[in-house]
Design a protein around this ligand. Structure first.
Ligand code: COA
Length: 260
């Protein structure tokens, strides 16, 4: 598929998806959100893609937020619709993707940019990255899940302060508070993420997608994560990956997972 605002490189099971609007610091306009949805959806259906790495083009920004020029004149209804559509198409969609998604935060991740990084399954930052939710400085609040996911990741008090001050945290501070899992020099960011992806790829895709679902269930209203875990655990016993994984262990050989 041809995309205008993103590009994808796929090598040996790892797809690197790059948001490519460097002149606008990769700000998320409507077209980019739709393209990201289409690309994530296609990659989830592609059994050859085992891990996705999401990053921004250039050395300055991951994503500097939702495209402010697009919503500056919106009404109350249009504002609510913007948040709802965006959450459905991209942020909730990525969080619930069956394929693991790593955010390689290569610079500014602000507003919708940090919200997108937080929707990914985990984050690695380059040492120059800066992160924040500056929406209140524009007279609005985070609308792509930031008010919910930031407290989940760094705790309520820290999230309140970051949101209220519209401040930015350094990569090191983000690491200290658990917002990102690792900080590496910018030149090594993608290689580092590829290293983690390679470790993930040794394991059963069927089990990994169940694990993603169950961990996410911990944060869903009205869903008992422990019960979900029991169901998903049982489900795994019916998969070819389980048969292969346990047989390979007993035969003292490397498992060859098919992903089902
Ligand atoms: N929406 C639309 N355009 C954006 C943008 C956004 N969120 N973030 C950056 N841009 C555009 C700028 O308007 C500028 O475009 P121009 O060259 O056509 O004027 C270009 O990207 C470069 O940004 P600039 O502000 O000149 O870079 P800088 O190095 O001086 O500052 C930032 C970098 C990230 C601090 C600054 O761009 C910024 O504060 N962006 C908005 C962050 C934000 O509030 N995000 C939340 C949105 S809800």
């Amino acid at each position: 598929m041809n995309y205008e605002n993103i590009f994808i490189e796929h090598e040996k099971g790892i797809a690197t998806l790059t948001i490519n609007r460097p002149a606008k610091l990769n700000a998320l306009n409507k077209a980019t959100i739709q393209e990201l949805h289409d690309a994530f959806s296609a990659m989830e259906r592609n059994a050859e893609v085992k891990v996705i790495i999401l990053t921004g083009s250039g050395e300055k920004a991951f994503v500097a937020g939702a495209d402010i020029s697009e919503f500056a004149n919106f009404s109350v209804e249009e504002g609510a619709q913007l948040a709802q559509k965006g959450q459905e198409l991209l942020f909730d969609f990525v969080e619930n993707l069956k394929t693991p998604v790593i955010a390689a935060v290569n610079g500014f991740a602000l507003g919708g940019g940090l919200e997108l990084a937080m929707s990914c399954h985990f984050r690695v930052a380059s040492d120059n990255a800066k992160m924040g939710l500056p929406e209140v400085s524009l007279g609005v609040i985070p609308g792509y899940g930031g008010t919910q996911r930031l407290p989940q990741l760094i705790g309520k008090g820290r999230a309140m302060e970051l949101i209220m001050t519209a401040g930015m945290v350094s990569a090191e501070d983000a690491y200290r508070t658990g917002l990102v899992n690792h900080v590496v020099p910018q030149a090594e960011l993608l290689a580092f993420c590829n290293g983690i992806a390679s470790k993930i790829m040794r394991n059963s895709p069927a089990a990994i997608s169940q694990a993603i679902k169950v961990v996410n269930d911990n944060f869903k209203d009205g869903v008992n994560g422990f019960n979900s875990e029991i169901d998903a655990f049982g489900y795994c016993f019916g998969t070819a990956d389980f048969k292969e994984g346990t047989t390979a262990f007993l035969e003292k050989r490397k498992a060859e997972f098919k992903g089902n």
